[in-house]
Design a protein around this ligand. Structure first.
Ligand code: UDX
Length: 448
């Protein structure tokens, strides 16, 4: 089977590589020439455990190719997966220009029955627009080539993308013809040995499933963050509460971890886009608006705890604050919507110096800071450290922002010697309060 994947971002590159791993001939297409050239040389633009070697192997074995020329690929494939970006518009709606551009190129070039499958997260109703754009291009050409559109949303998580792709809980496919359904079944059949179900739905439902799933997960997190904040006020321990409620099978234990806010490319964007879709349809998503509000607040919680501890924001001026973790979660260098960005803003405005360390996101942070209008001022307030202990030098406090494995069992003795003040504010609840008290630390976590 021959397929093309358009967009070599996270979803496109991982999906393309995994399909190739299953024996499919995959051509990955991107308009970004520089990116394609590096991929052709075997350089991977994103950090994802296990991806490098899988790309290289499939490239070497000839099943995975990279090109900028979608038009020429379209003659040789049965299906095209569109995994291009859908960045938020000014108002939070998903911007469909890239999705529709793929549809147009598809319509301008297909010569035989081909299916255009959308993998990008797109608002309900997009498939209709995609179909219309393709038809318009076919009409312009004055030809009548049969085609189908389909929706196959991707649920992979950064950091565990390959396993998520290869062994998903389920694959959702929205189709409107038997022919497209058969092709999709054929494509996923080898992977179904990994014991997952392919759920076929109509197209609008498949589009909705992605938003509903991400919004439900974001809701669980914001709900737990609200409960955690309340636990602190009433003297309860959210870790115990989490275990207590998570063991109810109706609730389940996953995605119930309170913390210093969710980030990333999906939850914030998809929650916003679903609120917008509802608004456009004259409906107010009350719960999701609250989910967003709680998350915005939650990203500031570590700062508020710190300010309170030092007797007010004004007293943070001149303080040195160590920050462990910059990425929005472990195993990625992605800082989109990361809590660290909010904390950097608040701390630098308050006049503190921040000593930061992240195992992989340091360059990404430098890049982002350099792009700010206040780059020069910011640069004088952030010290990029070579390792986690160096970040603690003379620090008045440590903020644990991302729960990388290497932060989980540090040497508290070494930490205490480096820090000016033995204070840890833990945004991911990874430490044991008693152990830290014994080691002579003052410790504060979320919800306990
Ligand atoms: C998410 C969805 O899980 C995935 O299905 C979808 O396709 C894309 O969006 P991702 O953004 O890669 O994946 O990360 P995920 O592991 O889901 O974490 C998202 C954020 O939620 C992180 O900031 C994480 O720290 C936070 N989180 C997660 C919590 O605060 N508590 C939890 O219990 C789980």
């Amino acid at each position: 089977m021959n397929i093309a994947i358009v967009g070599t971002g996270y979803v496109g590159l991982v999906s393309g590589t995994c399909f190739a791993e299953m024996g499919v001939n995959v051509t990955c297409v991107d308009v970004n020439q520089a990116k394609i050239e590096s991929l052709q040389k075997g350089e991977i633009p994103i950090y994802e455990p296990g991806l490098d070697e899988m790309v290289l192997r499939n490239q070497r074995e000839g099943r995975l190719n990279f090109t900028t020329d979608l038009a020429s690929v379209l003659n040789n494939v049965e299906m095209v997966f569109s995994a291009v970006g859908t960045p938020p518009d000014e108002d939070g709606s998903a911007d469909l220009q890239y999705v529709l551009a793929v549809a147009r190129t598809f319509g301008q070039n297909i010569k035989k029955y081909t299916v255009l499958v959308t993998k990008s997260t797109v608002p309900v109703g997009t498939a209709k627009k995609v179909k219309a754009a393709i038809q318009e291009e076919l009409d312009k050409r004055g030809v009548n080539v049969p085609f189908d559109v389909a929706s196959n949303p991707e649920f992979l998580k950064e950091g565990s993308a390959i396993t998520d792709f290869m062994k998903p809980d389920r694959v959702v496919v929205g189709v409107e013809s038997e022919q497209a359904k058969e092709l999709m079944t054929r494509l996923y059949r080898p992977m179904m040995l990994n014991n997952f179900r392919v759920i076929f739905t109509d197209i609008p439902s498949a589009e909705m499933i992605k938003y509903a799933a991400n919004s439900m997960l974001a809701t669980r997190i914001s709900f737990m963050n609200d409960i955690a904040n309340l636990c602190e006020l009433v003297g309860a321990d959210v870790n115990m509460v989490r275990k207590g409620i998570g063991s109810d099978t109706r609730i389940g234990s996953k995605f119930l971890y309170p913390g210093c806010g969710y980030g990333g490319s999906c939850f914030p964007k998809d929650v916003k886009a679903l609120i917008k879709t509802a608004e456009k349809n004259g409906y107010k998503m009350g719960v999701l608006k609250a989910v967003e509000e709680v998350n915005e607040y939650q990203k500031t919680v570590l700062f508020h705890k710190l300010a309170k501890r030092f007797g007010g924001e004004a007293n943070l001026k001149g303080k040195t604050i160590a920050m462990w973790g910059l990425a929005f979660k472990p195993e990625t260098d992605d800082m989109r919507e990361a809590t660290a960005l909010v904390l950097i803003d608040l701390l630098t405005k308050a006049g503190a110096t921040i000593r930061v360390y992240d195992p992989v996101a340091m360059n990404e942070c430098k890049r982002r800071m350099a792009a700010r209008p206040d780059a020069a001022t910011i640069a004088s307030q952030i010290v990029y450290c070579n390792d986690m202990y160096e970040a603690l030098l003379d620090a008045d406090a440590l903020l644990l922002v991302t729960e990388w494995k290497q932060f989980r069992m540090p040497s508290f003795g070494v930490m205490k010697k480096s820090m000016k003040n033995a204070l840890i504010i833990d945004g991911r609840n990874i430490y044991d309060a008693k152990e830290l008290a014994d080691a002579g630390f003052e410790y504060s976590a979320i919800g306990c």
